[in-house]
Design a protein around this ligand. Structure first.
Ligand code: GDP
Length: 185
């Protein structure tokens, strides 16, 4: 059973890491328009995104979730324009839109760049906008076969309907816990 709450929006990327204090840095990568800003439980985020971004250009935001009786703070970094090798993060979500095949190809290309810069970093491939059933251009089979080929997990979400978004966050945490146990971070 999980409960969620938003704590604050932040424009600075914290330096502490997951292994030390349960803080997780998630890099969101993907073509413009695929829903990176909406990928974290859209309806909450949208409410204060305009407020924060109105004050200054913000590239990261933070959220705390309660999972297995533990508070876990996740910082999302939406900053794909920077040199990947300069960014510090614990896990990468490669997001594409299920209604845009080009964005899928772009995500696949980005995966190569992430692997080059961060060979050990866990990656999850995310097909967003699953609510737009009639405009779908990427099948579940295509995307999951690609993910299997490149040894990453695959998730389909709808940020607009909040479908599978929390499950995705849970998976991020589980994945990092297991990575940590294996001594990779
Ligand atoms: P970004 O450029 O990747 O950050 O994309 P945004 O988060 O700004 O989303 C681009 C557009 O897609 C916006 O109009 C969102 O409302 C819309 N969008 C994002 N996620 C979804 C989704 O799951 N379903 C639908 N139907 N629209 C979405």
């Amino acid at each position: 059973a999980s409960e969620e709450s938003i704590v604050a929006g932040k424009s600075e990327i914290p330096s502490a890491d997951w292994a030390n204090n349960g803080l997780i840095r998630v890099l969101l990568l993907g073509e413009s328009g695929v829903g990176k800003n909406g990928s974290d439980l859209c309806h909450y985020w949208k409410q204060w995104q305009s407020y924060l971004c109105g004050l200054r250009k913000c590239y990261s935001y933070e959220k705390t979730i309660l999972m297995d009786d533990e508070d876990i703070t996740i910082t999302f970094i939406d900053d794909w324009k920077k040199d990947l090798s300069l960014l510090t993060f614990d896990i990468c979500l490669l997001i594409f839109s299920l209604t845009d095949r080009q964005s899928f190809h772009y995500a696949v290309e980005l995966r190569l760049r992430v692997r080059e810069a961060h060979p050990q970093c866990p990656i999850i491939l995310v097909g967003n906008k699953s609510d737009l059933v009639r405009s779908r251009e990427v099948t579940y089979e295509d995307a999951s076969a690609n993910a299997t080929l490149f040894q990453c997990q695959y998730f389909e979400t709808s940020a607009a309907l909040d479908h599978n978004t929390f499950q995705l966050l849970e998976e991020v945490v589980k994945r990092l816990r297991s990575t940590e146990r294996m001594g990779l971070i």
